[in-house]
Write a protein that binds this ligand. Structure first.
Ligand code: SF4
Length: 253
């Protein structure tokens, strides 16, 4: 499912509260540096018809218009401005500047709201991306496995130079000012819930020391057949191991 607007929602999210979405990607296509088997936006190959990202000005104008209308309609206060949408938001060439624009609008309209970015974290070596992510309240970074073959099978990074070690290194360089988000699933030759998987993942978390780990599983339509949801009980059992490291967790089945 694609988001056909620049601004979408607000939606009620268990993780983020009343969340207003900001889509920096094409409105009728998908662009991502990963091609996850569970991506709710579909596979990269099916989203190539539209490659036009909105301009910085368009994002600003659309957000301001939405906020004005929402305030006038007396909508429930927004808890979070969330960069998400049809792919990887940090691929937008003006990501950091747009974060600054969103901060200004947030301060005018909903000063108590947080700014969150859902990212696959494969751009943290780019100073502009890192600058943008350091400005936000919640940098929510993906780490689905710390076993290279599993990560490659689940996330299918587009870059041939992708390396799991570099990814974990980049996450650790965030020095704890980040949230890690992990999708657990089984099927299509992948299972990131085995004892070996969990041990490797906990090892990576020890190194990264995030402020929070969000654990979740599939609950919408996914593009690859045969993927199985992991139960809430099982997610809670895995979360208990994370808590033993002194790291907070949030399970959203
Ligand atoms: S990183 Fe996110 S947007 Fe990109 S393919 Fe994976 S789930 Fe989809």
């Amino acid at each position: 499912m694609l988001f056909n607007t620049i601004i979408f929602g607000p939606i009620k999210s268990r993780r983020l509260g009343i969340s207003l979405g900001i889509n920096l990607l094409p409105q009728n296509g998908k662009i991502c540096s990963f091609d996850c088997i569970y991506c709710e936006c579909g596979l990269n190959k099916d989203g190539r018809e539209d490659t036009q990202m909105p301009t910085r000005q368009q994002v600003k104008e659309n957000l301001e218009a939405t906020l004005k209308a929402y305030k006038q309609a007396d909508g429930e206060p927004i808890d979070t401005f969330t960069f998400a949408g049809n792919g990887e938001p940090t691929l937008h060439p003006h990501f950091a500047e747009i974060v600054l624009d969103v901060q200004k609008l947030r301060n005018s309209y909903y000063p108590d709201a947080k700014i969150s970015v859902l990212t696959n974290a494969w751009q943290l070596d780019k100073p502009a991306v890192l600058d943008g992510l350091r400005l936000v309240d919640n940098a929510i970074l993906k780490l689905d496995s710390a076993v290279p073959q599993t990560l490659l099978a689940m996330n299918r990074p587009v870059s041939p130079t992708f390396s799991m070690e570099n990814l974990v290194e980049q996450l650790a360089s965030f020095q704890g000012r980040c949230i890690i988000q992990t999708m657990f699933l089984r099927g299509a030759g992948v299972d990131n819930t085995t004892p070996t998987e969990i041990a490797a993942w906990l090892g990576a978390l020890k190194r990264i020391q995030p402020s929070l780990v969000q654990l979740y599983s599939i609950n919408r339509k996914v593009p690859i057949e045969g993927l199985e949801h992991v139960s809430e009980e099982e997610l809670k059992t895995i979360a208990a191991e994370v808590k033993k490291l002194g790291i907070k967790t949030l399970v959203t089945p």
